[in-house]
Unconditional design. Structure first.
Length: 240
């Protein structure tokens, strides 16, 4: 059943098309797809070198977010699927920055896929915090993935951070974004940290139109060695 989530990027196009005519007074949802290609990888040459990220609002206070990671695009001329996260979110209220999150994690190979249920907090949309975050041009989301459905490690849970920041005082071409995921209660080898993190921080500079130069610093503590990496590449942002 979890493998059905592999088709979410295709299904989402249909949902957005339907929602665009759902109500005359509602603003049409915008589908956003970012494609990142990284020709340069510093320490880990077989790390992700192609990422596709999809964002879309949906009817009924639903929204969709996913990413797909591939490797081998540059050196092997073949996109090998590494990992994907598919998220379906439902906001509890138009006035409350809290949503429920259903997440499917899909990993290359057999028996690695899992589902998670969680609660997300859009911190920057919180009424008494919004003026501060608006002044900083910062968006920040905190998600607690509280229940995991998998073949093992069912007691594991995650805490996920996401941020996006722009710098209009310096340049309207510049942005900084990233995430940090920390997993708890996993049964892991002694060589790995007790509560490992995976994080990526990306600095982007718009070159022209929707083309960006990007550099990304990565930490993946699920790797026993070479858990740090640096990627440099280009990004194109599609918007509808």
């Amino acid at each position: 059943m979890i493998r059905l989530f592999r088709y979410c990027p295709l299904i989402i196009f249909g949902l957005v098309a339907i929602s665009s005519g759902a109500a005359e007074k509602a603003e049409p949802p915008r589908l956003a797809i970012d494609v990142n290609l990284y020709p340069y990888l510093d320490r880990v040459g077989d790390d992700t070198d192609l990422t596709v990220t999809i964002n879309a609002p949906l009817p009924g206070r639903f929204s969709y977010f996913s990413y797909l990671n591939f490797s081998g695009v540059i050196d092997k001329r073949a996109a090998e699927f590494d990992r994907s996260e598919q998220n379906l979110r439902w906001s509890l209220s138009d006035n409350l920055p809290i949503d429920l999150n259903l997440q499917a994690i899909l990993v290359g190979g057999d028996g690695n896929d899992l589902l998670q249920l969680g609660v997300g907090w859009r911190v920057n949309d919180t009424r008494f915090l919004k003026p501060v975050f608006d002044r900083l041009n910062l968006r920040y989301r905190l998600t607690f993935q509280l229940k995991r459905f998998s073949s093992d490690d069912n007691k594991a849970w995650q805490m996920e951070h996401f941020f996006w920041m722009t710098f209009p005082g310096i340049s309207d071409r510049l942005y900084l974004s990233g995430f940090l995921d920390q997993t708890f209660n996993l049964d892991l080898p002694d060589a790995l940290p007790r509560n490992p993190i995976v994080t990526e921080v990306q600095l982007g500079l718009r070159l022209f139109d929707r083309f960006y130069a990007v550099t990304e610093y990565r930490i993946n503590e699920f790797r026993i060695s070479e858990d740090h990496n640096l990627a440099v590449g280009v990004e194109y942002k599609f918007r509808w």
